[in-house]
Design a protein around this ligand. Sequence first.
Ligand SMILES: [Zn+2]
Length: 197
Amino acid sequence: MNSTLNIPTDTLFIADNLALDFINTAYGVGGNQHDCFTDDNSVVEWLRLAGQLPREFQEVNQAPDGLLDLAREFRSGARVVIENAISGVIPDLAVVNRLLESGRPVREIEWNHKSGMFNIVKRLRYNDPSCLLEPVAESLASLLASDKFGFVRQCEGPDCILLFHDLTKSHRRRWCSMATCGNRMKVAAFRSRKKTE
Ligand SMILES: [Zn+2]
């Protein structure tokens, strides 16, 4: 499988958090909407770039059917959860809990012929899309439970819906990135200052 061709060139990792980076794979509003996920393989590639593709998966190296659909469904549900939680509304957490449940590894007891002992083994079900996405749900759950959740923000740029976890010391981060929204806003502020001069 040569899925390097599917790497979205605009994949964004600006959030300082896995779950928020995942939500940020859909961005833009109105006619400028963009989705980094275009097929099952593009989701696998994103997980690889995010460092979340288990090494064992390389042996299988086949995106499970339904990965794109589940990724998109979880992503839109996760955005609602975050937006609710930011605005102080207790979100419906079923979307997170479902994935935590369906994606967890199978535990089995087996007889090990070599050692002559019983072993408990954990197995990921690589043919199941929820297994690949479970770390994202785990990250979202940890973020919600974190005492630093209050530092989750949406970029202040107009028409920018990107989310990030402001882990800077001063907690004064306002933009998804200085190079894009931060700079745009600085230019706009400069222009409006000029106008009033
Ligand atoms: Zn922005």
